[in-house]
Design a protein around this ligand. Sequence first.
Ligand code: MV4
Length: 467
Amino acid sequence: MFRKILIANRGEVALRIVRACKEMGVASVAVFSEADRDSLHARMADEAICIGPASSALSYLSMPNIISAALVTGAEAVHPGYGFLAENAAFARACADSGLTFIGPSPDAIERMGDKAVARQTMMAAGVPCVPGSDGVVETSDDALTFAREVGFPVLIKASAGGGGKGMRVATDEKELHANFTAAKTEAAAAFGNDEVYIEKYLARPRHVEMQVLADTHGNAVYLYERDCSVQRRHQKLIEEAPSPALTPELRAEMGAAAMKAVHAVDYVNAGTVEFLLDTDGRFYFMEMNTRVQVEHPVTEQVTGVDIIKEQLRIAAGEPMKHARQEDVHLSGHAIEFRINAEDPLHNFRPHPGKIDVFNPPGGFGVRIDSHMYSGYTVPPYYDSLLAKLIVWGETREEALARARRALDEFIVVGIPTTIPFHQYVVEEEHFQRAEVYTDFVERYATTEDITSFVTGVPVSEKEADE
Ligand code: MV4
């Protein structure tokens, strides 16, 4: 095992990694920007080193600053967390070139999954089910038309360099295809400096179901089952749960086998996530592969008992992972994660940095809080707005929901608005309670009017009648 590692991140995930290090007897080095001097991740690590000014580009995204910090502190490895440099192949290479172990997959795997057209082509060749569409990049709008006619309209034009919803355009008929193909390419060129696009049939109201995988350098590979992440807003996940209420045991085994094919197709090592779209007929299709640990990894930890961060460290250190056989990985109960963001759900989820006067987290059986906040902490305006993750566990989904209601009621944050009221609304919402949740859930059933009405106690219909 490593003696000392550097954590190239901030906030709750940096703290999550510090905690794993402490339990494993690994010394931790935190890095922080000038805006994060008073942050908990820096205080809880064994050592902390300033890597630049507030701007991410000059601190958490600065490869030379981070690598220098690792070298001067004598760290042997770098954990990138999620976001920032986590899926940057050049960074993984730069670590290796400096004699540092990157705690993640090979630069090659990062690169191949980072290009979404190459990822799709790789998965098609490996026999992983993909949405009907083009085999890799589509060069001309005439070729796009050929594919669209083959699979039928509507189709989705996606940027190869995109992912996470950026650079997508729907075309509902032949007339729209040409204009939207050109628009998608222009948009992709401007956003990513790469105008390559590919085509898929557009699935109506899919669910987002993703498989957590782990693979080590000894040839062991397992899936830790799925997470259902259908409650999203503008491609930002808000609630994730495991297991997915939409999977049968048979479908779960099929999806797990498909995820294992994906792992083997790129000789994947370390923790990863294979994202699928599940259509209303129970068919699933590969969407993307994330080559990092994800924000929502705790829901999987709660239902499997596997500490994913510790497994990442063991794998990167060249040890066999602890949960190496599929037969040893069991699902137990139900977990749901609620993202508590420094955002105002009554005003379009507008980010709202500022001082937290009081933070009183919930507790008790089946409640886990992963957070870097404390009473008196000031949320800086420079980074993402995730403040805390509330993860509840129950023997059943119903028990987890009852526990979520109780925990959300106990959860006190004074000083800035948070997404807590949004979650309090959702756990009472009938479609969510019945688990009838698709990727359009928020726009359909959790609008600003719905949440405002819930918070003020004024029914939506009465308010409309007043106006
Ligand atoms: C799709 C789709 C429908 N059909 N692909 C959005 C994020 C990016 N990773 C892919 N996305 C989608 N791809 C086909 N062929 C619908 C979406 C999508 C979506 C997917 C998952 C979760 C939320 C979403 C919200 C809107 C669109």
